[in-house]
Design a protein around this ligand. Structure first.
Ligand code: AMP
Ligand code: MG
Length: 546
């Protein structure tokens, strides 16, 4: 069995944890996997080990800036625990609790299509694994709590702006129903960190912060790749068996090497699901390197990500990627497939023949297409993409979105209000969509007639299927969010936190808690991106500097 088994765990039915001294850990990763024997915190290549033990660097004056009430609850904490000053100290990395076993993962990765060698947790330190209210193990991991053996030339720290973005987006994605790592807390360290935000020779001090991320596993494709690249099949197998036992336990009884193929097949499917969900809500990850791909199909490593305002499949938020746009919105499904191929290559030594892995990899495209069709049908309020007409509607709607600069999120909500009933004047029928246009003056008669043609076909199909307007609107509004974490909204919260205090972060999080609901007093959060944000750094362009 995986796990130390020494400590009682929390699990469901236990009373809330009212003191940090009551927190129990069951550290499966560090008890089951080989550790780096060197425990001195210096940069190095780590061979034959899955992790290095390393203590977080204490923060001078930790201050809790925000927390996720849902994660406090999931972890079984009493809600009042967050006001204990020790909570901020623990989740800044300044105080360790009994049973914690802080460590950094060893992994490699393909960055922008090239093998980059050892990367590892350069500024993430996992504290240990708790058992949540549902009986699920959850790893608590600090991001920005100081250097580790994997920090290479960097400092292991994180600035407030990037930490706010990671904290808010993790939780916003979870509320949207997109698979993601979670965030428990955002703590200001009281220290300053030097960053050259635009890599243009202007380094400046910025406030430092630490996010406590939470996930059942932080294992990435790159955790496997590093051992395969070094020909270390023994550690590769140990890691694969651990991951299967810990997170794919239904495969434990399966004979090897078939279980490794089955494991890969499941990663293929969950990755397809994750990317499909990104397309549904308009999320662009920005750095889909294989070290940023979770084996659980969770969105992980929120860096220069962005949200689509005007629908443009060629858009990338990441300035580092501006030249080739490898990670633009519309290429994400293909990049995920390429990344899966790297994982398949990494698992190959465990299997010794390519056939099974190739078959699973070949399953990616049909699996993605099936998920995409189901997703688009739901967005359109159709029961499925069952006919050629339905399939044309699904591709047609994306063409309509590109005719003129059109806000993706507003468009889908407005589409839900379009009447399908017969005898409606076509101009009147398309009228609700006008709210989604960034520059209404640029809408030509040609755009209007192409949009009308689509909408009339859509309405006719809805009538043929006997779908009532009201029921359709309700169903569409459950998959087409009204509120997403628009880049400029996060930036406004960052500006406010930098100048004043963290209030705006909590307010924005609160809006993002109910992304599908109408929130009448919060209409401004659903508005089109304002003109000033079109080109502002942090709103439309982000670098990896964080
Ligand atoms: P990312 O592009 O954020 O996925 O990071 C790629 C690699 O660089 C990972 O190994 C990170 O841990 C490492 N890294 C990124 N930023 C820092 C930093 N400030 N200090 C140390 N390592 C970092
Ligand atoms: Mg990363």
């Amino acid at each position: 069995m995986v796990g130390s088994g020494a400590e009682p765990v929390v699990g469901s039915g236990a009373p809330p944890i009212s003191s940090l001294d009551e927190v129990r850990f069951d550290n499966r990763f560090t008890s089951a996997l080989p550790a780096d024997p060197d425990t001195v915190n210096h940069r190095r290549q780590v061979i034959g080990a899955c992790y290095s033990r390393v203590a977080p660097t204490p923060a001078p004056t930790p201050q809790l800036l925000a927390h996720s009430a849902e994660m406090v609850d999931l972890l079984g904490f009493d809600p009042d625990l967050v006001s204990d000053p020790r909570f901020a100290a623990v989740f800044a990395g300044s105080t360790l609790l009994d049973g914690m076993d802080p460590h950094a993962h060893c992994y490699g990765g393909h960055q922008f299509g090239s093998w980059a060698g050892q990367l590892g947790d350069g500024r993430a330190i996992a504290l240990g694994e708790m058992v949540d209210r549902n009986g699920q193990h959850q790893t608590l991991q600090l991001k920005g709590a100081g250097p580790t053996p994997y920090s290479r030339t960097a400092d292991g720290l994180a600035v407030l702006r990037s930490s706010v973005r990671e904290f808010l987006c993790s939780e916003a994605m979870a509320h949207l129903g997109v698979p993601t790592t979670r965030a428990l807390s955002l703590v200001g360290t009281g220290d300053f960190v030097i960053r050259d935000m635009l890599y243009d020779g202007n380094p400046a001090p910025e406030p430092g912060a630490v996010v406590c991320r939470v996930a059942p596993s932080f294992v990435r494709f790159g955790n496997f790749e590093i051992f395969a690249s070094r020909g270390d099949v023994e550690t590769l197998r140990t890691l694969a068996d651990f991951v299967i036992e810990a997170d794919f336990c239904h495969l434990v009884g399966e004979p090897a090497p078939g279980r490794y193929v089955q494991f890969f097949d499941e990663v293929v499917r969950s990755t397809a699901e994750m990317v499909c969900e990104w397309l549904r809500v308009g999320f662009v990850h920005g750095v889909m390197n294989t070290d940023n791909m979770s084996i659980l199909g969770l969105t992980i490593d929120y860096g220069p990500y962005g949200w689509i305002d005007n629908y443009d499949p060629d858009w990338t938020p990441n300035t580092t990627d501006a030249a080739h746009r490898r990670y633009r919105f519309g290429t994400q499904p293909a990049v995920a497939q390429w990344n899966l191929m790297q994982l398949a290559n990494a698992l190959y030594p465990l299997i010794g023949e390519a056939e099974g892995l190739q078959a699973a990899l070949d399953g990616y495209v049909p699996c993605f297409e099936q998920k995409w069709s189901a997703m688009m049908a739901r967005k359109l309020g159709l029961p499925g993409l069952d006919t050629d007409v339905d399939r044309e509607l699904a591709t047609g709607v994306l063409e309509v979105l590109r005719l003129v600069e059109t806000d993706m999120t507003v468009f889908w909500r407005r589409l839900a209000t379009v009447a399908a009933t017969g005898g409606v004047d076509p101009a009147e029928r398309v009228a609700p969509l006008a709210d989604a246009y960034y520059r209404p003056v640029e809408v030509t008669d040609g755009h209007r007639s192409a949009t009308s043609e689509f909408i009339e076909g859509y309405a006719a199909r809805l009538r043929a299927l006997g779908i009532a307007d009201e029921a359709r609107a309700e169903a569409m509004n459950r998959v087409n969010p009204k509120y997403v974490l628009r880049n400029y909204l996060a930036q406004l919260a960052i500006d406010s936190a930098t100048e004043g205090g963290p209030k705006a972060i909590g307010e924005l999080l609160d809006v993002m808690r109910r992304p599908y609901d109408e929130q009448p007093d919060r209409e401004s959060y659903a508005a089109l991106r304002p003109d000033w944000a079109r080109t502002r750094v942090g709103c439309s362009q982000l670098s990896c500097s964080s």
